[in-house]
Design a protein around this ligand. Structure first.
Ligand code: BGC
Length: 735
């Protein structure tokens, strides 16, 4: 490998080397940032471009690759990237929704299908997985990741990298993955996008780093820098992060790319002019410059001035070329560009699988008196601004998805019902009545329209339907662009203009089922008190409507479990299960003044991490340990719990394993997820679920950032979610 690259670098001029570091986007097709690149075609022909993104399709990409290969002196092919985040043309549920399946094979398969479709569309690079731990639901990008937990997040990171890259990047249907955003992007202060991040190194290593590291361990080909600072220095120019940790400690050998104008933005962070921040980034180990052209316009002069060395430029260039070589582009620059392969896109099989993933991602949060599943009989009123909506089903980052192929929830319900069921529909409310907000949400095409009728008239129409119905299904929540990049919200309820409708529907006294569409945990405290059933459908992708209907009518028994805590009140944020204990933990006595708590709201969230109901019930036996005294690094503990399906239908339970380390040299979280298993049980069936626990589960980062375990007592817990655990203690000592 290196001989070929060595020879190539030997033949390259300085300008050609710097050109390889330039990642451009043409604009016009799909814009994902504040500026686009001018004069792309001339730049390609001039050897000033290493890769492109934001454009796809064999017909669009072939002439561009031809320019690179035929019009430049050395004919070096281009990388073609895109934000393929939860599917390409077959759009799967949002990553946060997929995380709620806790099903790694399913998640890997979504990435596999996305890779096949992206590769069939000329792409060789996807800007995914996004693995930023997020514990603040105000942050819109919580939708793009796997939630709050590093153990679950790491498992998902591995599954996705494997799904995209397979075992051989050079195969024409595998693509290079790009883990992002390295690092800590989800820790933005006040949940506002691009905001400052400041956290202890212990928290970085213990909580935020594991999913990135898991992706690196799984062989991810590229890493994208976060916009935020890390310990005062923006990630893009942070040598400690990009070189010492990423390459030194973790052994990453692939390509590091900045985020969109991330290099230039370091000037606004206060790190100096473009020449200064570009030099800083290159020296930090960021190889490619996305859109900003800071490398293109300053590195030559910086080399003359001695701010960067030729060795540093060569090294970055080498990493770009190596990525191209691993993808097989030097053997065949058109490997991924084959107009005939589009038959692999949006196949019947991929759509059927999308439907299954949409159903699997749903989380049943409440179901009083068994209102769900619905019967295919009688009259059902399907109400709400999102009930008949197709435009908002896919969720953020569905660049190549066609909303016109999506079914609405109403379509899905109608498709399940025959002659015996009457379906009535009224919109009842707008997603929002605020025209300025609507305009902001429509920046990439109209997703939100405002029905000009007075709200009271719309409610009256909805009530007329509701009065005739046996059950009301209200489909409410966020528009697609209310979550995702630069889509943060301070008030994270169902948008307020939908509340009067919900109040009116609740006042009818009819059974009320809420289907909630959202890209983030919402505060649903009022809804929990007033609705009979709440089904969280997230943004479910191409087949959202049918997958949700499968759950509503019991074709699919809901099995999703929350990968993120749902707050009781936004004032609790950040609220997450793996919190520390504090010196004054609250014990429940309201009059005990000097405790860590609020005067006006509980400490507990509305729905805890791991929570989710089923149409059946599961009973957990006692937790059995094969021993309670363990010795040494290599000892192994078996923890077993019997789980019984005590309800009327077959169902799937996600059995979770947590650990507490009550005494350690640094304060530990009250609980840490250490395992999970899904069991599928028929009515009356019991299964023993056994976890095999090694000393690896005891490890944590100590004050010297060593990954150690310390002997002593540990508590093992298993159960259906963090607020319903069965526990037992063990002693684990050294040899
Ligand atoms: C986002 C990245 C994305 C990039 C390219 C940026 O604004 O932060 O996640 O990959 O744009 O579209």
């Amino acid at each position: 490998m290196s001989q070929f690259i060595d020879d190539l670098i030997e033949r390259m001029t300085l300008a050609e080397k710097i050109g390889q570091l330039n990642l451009v986007t043409p604009g016009g097709f799909t814009n994902t940032g504040p500026v686009v690149t001018e004069g792309v075609e001339q730049k390609i022909c001039g050897g000033l471009v290493g890769g492109m993104f934001g454009i796809y399709g064999a017909a669009a990409l072939r002439p561009l690759q031809q320019m690179a290969v035929e019009k430049t002196r050395l004919g070096i092919p281009l990388l073609f990237g895109l934000d393929v985040i939860h599917g390409h043309k077959t759009v799967f549920p949002l990553p946060l929704a997929l995380a709620c399946t806790w099903d790694m094979a399913l998640i890997e398969k979504t990435a596999r299908i996305a890779a096949v479709e992206a590769a069939a569309d000329g792409l060789n690079w996807v800007f995914s997985p996004m693995v930023d731990i997020a514990r603040d639901p105000r942050w819109g990008r919580i939708a793009e990741g796997s939630g709050e937990d590093p153990f679950l997040g790491a498992a998902i990171a591995r599954a996705m990298v494997q799904g995209y890259q397979g075992d051989d990047l050079a195969l024409p249907d595998t693509v290079m993955a790009c883990v992002k955003h390295f690092a800590l992007y989800g820790g933005a202060e006040s949940g506002r996008d691009y905001n400052t991040v400041d956290m202890s190194r212990i928290r970085m290593y213990e909580t935020y780093f594991p999913p990135y590291k898991a992706a690196v361990d799984a062989g991810v080909g590229s890493v994208m820098c976060a916009f935020n600072e890390v310990d005062g220095i923006p990630a893009t120019g942070n040598k400690w992060l990009m070189t010492d940790v990423l390459r030194g400690e973790w052994g990453f050998e692939g390509l590091a790319v900045s985020d969109y104008t991330g290099i230039n933005e370091m000037s606004a962070h206060g790190l100096g002019d473009l020449a200064a921040v570009a030099a800083l980034s290159l020296r930090a180990g960021t190889d490619m410059d996305m859109v900003g052209e800071g490398y293109l316009t300053t590195l030559e002069k910086s080399l003359e001035d001695g701010r960067v060395s030729l060795g540093e430029i060569d090294q970055a260039c080498r990493r770009v070329l190596e990525a191209k070589q691993k993808l097989g582009l030097f053997d065949d620059p058109f490997r991924y560009i084959d107009e005939k392969r589009t038959e692999n896109i949006l196949t019947a099989d991929s759509r059927a699988f999308a439907r299954e993933t949409a159903a699997q991602s749903c989380v049943l949060l409440q179901n009083k008196a068994g209102v769900l599943p619905l019967k295919t009989a009688g009259t059902i009123a399907v109400i709400g601004p999102l009930a008949a909506d197709r435009r908002n089903m896919q969720g953020t980052w569905s660049i190549a998805g066609d909303w016109q192929l999506c079914a609405s929830v109403l379509d899905g319900i109608k498709a399940q019902c025959g002659q015996n069921t009457e379906i009535l529909h009224a919109r009842g409310a707008n997603i929002t009545n605020d025209p300025v907000l609507a305009q902001r949400l429509n920046f990439a095409g109209e997703k939100v329209d405002i029905d000009p009728r007075p709200p009271a008239d719309m409610i009256a129409e909805a009530l007329a339907c509701a009065e005739k119905a046996d059950v009301i299904v209200a489909v409410v929540g966020e528009a697609q662009e209310m979550s995702g990049e630069a889509s943060c919200r301070a008030d994270i309820g169902i948008p307020e203009d939908q509340r009067p409708l919900l109040e009116a529907l609740a006042a009818t006294g009819k059974p009320l089922v809420l289907v909630v569409i959202t890209g983030r945990p919402l505060v649903l405290t009022w809804e929990q008190a007033h609705a009979d059933a709440i089904l969280l459908m997230w943004f479910g992708g191409t087949e959202a409507g049918h997958g949700t209907a499968d759950v509503l009518f019991g074709q699919h028994n809901p099995s999703g479990r929350l990968a993120v805590t749902f707050p009781y009140h936004v004032g609790q944020v950040p609220v997450y299960y793996a919190h520390k204990n504090t010196g004054r933990p609250y014990g429940g006595d309201m009059l005990d003044k000097f405790k860590s708590r609020y005067l006006d709201i509980p400490n507990e969230p509305l729905w805890p991490f791991g929570f989710g109901l089923s149409y059946t019930t599961f009973d957990y036996g006692t937790l059995r340990l094969d021993k309670t005294a363990l010795q040494g690094e290599d000892d192994r503990l078996q923890a077993t719990i019997a789980v019984t399906n005590t309800g009327p239908v077959t169902g799937t339970e996600t059995v979770q394993l947590y650990l507490t380390d009550p005494v350690a040299s640094v304060a530990r979280a009250v609980l840490d997820l250490r395992g999970f298993q899904k069991v599928h049980l028929a009515p009356g069936e019991t299964a023993d679920v056994t976890f095999s626990i090694t000393s690896a589960a005891l490890r944590f980062f100590n004050a010297d950032l060593q990954h150690v375990w310390e002997p002593g007592e540990f508590i093992i817990h298993t159960g259906p979610h963090v607020a319903a655990l069965k526990s037992a203690a063990v002693q684990w000592i050294r040899d």
